[in-house]
Ligand binder design. Structure first.
Ligand SMILES: *[C@@H]1O[C@H](CO)[C@@H](O)[C@H](O)[C@H]1NC(C)=O
Ligand SMILES: *[C@@H]1O[C@H](CO)[C@@H](O)[C@H](O)[C@H]1NC(C)=O
Ligand SMILES: *[C@@H]1O[C@H](CO)[C@@H](O)[C@H](O)[C@H]1NC(C)=O
Ligand SMILES: *[C@@H]1O[C@H](CO)[C@@H](O)[C@H](O)[C@H]1NC(C)=O
Length: 570
């Protein structure tokens, strides 16, 4: 062995030795660091402006240590499925606050999520979960936490005061759930429980109901009841209510168990509610409802609601996909000043538009005689209305069958897709005023559905529902001469660009995703990048169609120069 080689060997073994020694000290240090953690809680040190400087030592409280020890003794894969937080795409964390937290003041800006390594990020009050009535907050998972798996539910902290104490919850419940395998919501009807869950069925293949159970778990993660699943389609599962005994416990969650699978009970944030105590009111034979999912659509809402209300919609149910443009205030204004019946249902779950529509049909089965599923950029219109001087609340109803004992359970209407019509920005008078040029062909369709005719599975394609399989019901297709849906799909570039970044459907890929390039949901002529295509403003323009513009101008426009549409902002 030459001198040089020997030297290299020495250096090498020295390096290995040093590394081992170093690791040993590191371990010792970490161990020591953990066990000598000050018992002081976050409360002592938290100041929203100084989160970044908060040292680990202060934040690793005893309770958190217990959580870590628990996690070490019982591997996460066997942990109970109950959770208080969900990791969404883009490192967003949805935190469900304890029921006790009252969010009644205007200090939401002061809220933070503090994670188990002491890192913190701002928390935003995002909405109230329908089944539990609990406020939900969104915060970003800080960079320093992203490598520290498993992830734990952060604490919600306001100016040094801990609002949610994971130490009050059983340790296992503090693990963060993943959104792609999760029971995310439930709905109790008089007859049964609906469980909305991701990761059980594949888009085109639903597991047979016989392979599944509904599982009811308490806050300790203990199973308190199980019932058979009676229906399984898409992300919706139905099962009978469990016997009364379990209802005494305050926070019971419902989940889905896949028989014969390991880790078979999926994580749940879905609170179970016992059946409504009042008997369901008799099915309405006249109430016309409209339901849709919205994200940042506040700007479009007054026009859409005023128009549809004026032709006969009585009630609006908006599923809020995490809007950040103060949808609640806009809805409140429409309710208070306009007298419109507008419900907002917080529905933050990614890519779950079909499930939201199933929820709408089931939740309003008795209250709504018909429910139109049209988006905020879609307007139901009949050329026959063109001659009328004033809107009339019987107009929409006149497109639906009069005979409630007849066979029609769903009315489908073709869509016309409007282009930017030369516009470079959102038209001041609204979409009906600004977009007047469209493509020739009828594209797709939207439907007005009788919720009581919908199949028990609640399966839908957004465009229409599966009807009850007894054979009693049928779908009526309206000719375009009778009615159309004006779909303001390809708006001025700045509007179109933001809208198409976020796709709502579970089964449609994002436009930047190269799978399924020939899909109908893609925009013809558009690549995979949100860059304004040449000549955008003039595209999708084959037919000048001013039918709805002219009639709405007559119905809602003022007279004289500078006149505004009723829905136009001051
Ligand atoms: C939604 O609206 C808010 C408020 O106007 C804005 O800050 C946010 O960027 C919007 N989100 C998207 C994806 O455009
Ligand atoms: C309503 O439909 C039922 C079932 O198709 C039919 O028997 C009945 O005659 C219809 N009533 C009217 C008024 O058309
Ligand atoms: C709904 O929100 C989630 C999470 O922010 C997002 O991933 C999804 O694309 C949104 N869907 C719609 C309709 O905007
Ligand atoms: C629509 O009307 C405008 C103005 O009258 C006209 O310039 C344009 O060529 C028309 N477009 C189509 C597709 O008919």
């Amino acid at each position: 062995m030459g001198r040089r080689k020997m030297k290299t060997a020495h250096v090498f073994s020295f390096a290995v030795g040093f590394l081992l020694l170093f690791s040993f000290f590191l371990l010792l240090h970490v161990n020591n660091h953990l066990s000598s953690s000050s018992p002081s809680t976050i409360m002592d040190v938290v100041d929203t402006n100084k989160f970044a400087s908060v040292h680990h030592r202060h934040t690793l409280t005893n309770s958190l240590l217990r959580e870590h020890q628990h996690a070490a003794t019982s591997p996460p894969r066997q942990s109970p499925p109950f959770s208080h937080s969900v990791l969404f795409p883009d490192w967003q964390v949805l935190v469900l606050s304890p029921a006790a937290l009252v969010v009644d003041d205007h200090h939401h800006d002061d809220l933070s999520c503090v994670f188990h390594n002491g890192a913190a990020s701002a928390a935003r009050l995002a909405g109230t979960i329908p089944s539990s009535g609990r406020p939900a907050f969104l915060c970003t998972l800080p960079n320093s936490v992203r490598r520290l798996r498993p992830f734990y539910t952060p604490r919600l902290v306001r100016l040094g005061k801990i609002l949610s104490r994971t130490e009050d919850a059983p340790p296992a419940a503090s693990l963060m759930a993943r959104w792609n395998r999760l029971a995310y919501e439930s709905l109790s009807t008089a007859r049964d429980v609906l469980v909305f869950a991701k990761g059980v069925n594949r888009p085109s293949v639903s597991r047979p109901a016989a392979e599944l159970r509904c599982v009811f778990v308490d806050a300790d993660g203990k199973t308190v009841a199980e019932t058979d699943v009676t229906s399984s389609a898409q992300e919706v599962f139905r099962c009978p209510h469990p016997p009364d005994i379990i209802i005494t416990t305050s926070d019971v969650r419902v989940s889905i168990r896949v028989l014969g699978e390991e880790e078979s009970t999926i994580s749940t944030v879905a609170t179970y509610k016992p059946p409504p105590s009042l008997p369901a009111s008799k099915t309405s034979t006249s109430t016309l409802c409209a339901s849709t999912m919205v994200y940042n659509a506040t700007k479009f809402l007054p026009e859409w609601i005023k128009y549809h209300s004026s032709v006969g919609v009585d009630k609006f149910v908006l599923y809020d996909n995490g809007s950040e443009d103060d949808l609640q205030s806009a809805a409140a204004r429409l309710r208070d000043a306009g007298g419109y019946d507008v419900d907002v249902v917080y529905w933050p779950w990614p890519k779950t538009q079909e499930a939201a529509f199933s929820h709408a049909a089931a939740a309003h089965r008795d209250a709504c005689a018909w429910m139109a599923f049209v988006d905020v950029d879609e307007f139901v219109f009949s050329p026959a209305w063109s001659g009328s001087d004033a809107p009339d609340r019987t107009l929409l109803g006149s497109l639906l069958p009069k005979n409630r004992t007849g066979p029609v359970g769903q009315v489908s209407i073709h869509c016309h897709e409007f282009g930017p019509s030369g516009r470079l920005a959102h038209p001041r008078g609204g979409v009906t005023q600004g977009y007047t040029c469209r493509t020739r062909a009828e594209k797709r369709h939207k439907s007005i559905v009788r919720p009581d005719a919908v199949d028990e599975s609640l399966a839908n394609s957004i465009h229409h529902f599966a009807l009850d399989r007894s054979g009693k019901w049928e779908t009526d297709w309206l000719r375009p001469g009778r009615a159309v849906v004006n779909h303001y799909k390809f708006q001025a570039w700045d509007e179109f660009r933001v809208k198409f970044r976020r796709r709502a459907s579970s089964y449609v890929s994002d436009w930047t995703d190269r799978t399924n390039p020939g899909s109908n949901d893609r925009t013809p002529g558009l690549g995979f990048h949100p860059v304004e295509p040449e000549g955008w403003a003039g595209r999708f323009c084959e037919v000048n169609d001013t039918g709805l513009r002219d009639v709405t101008r007559r119905w809602f426009g003022g007279v004289g120069p500078g006149a505004k549409m009723e829905w136009e902002e001051e």
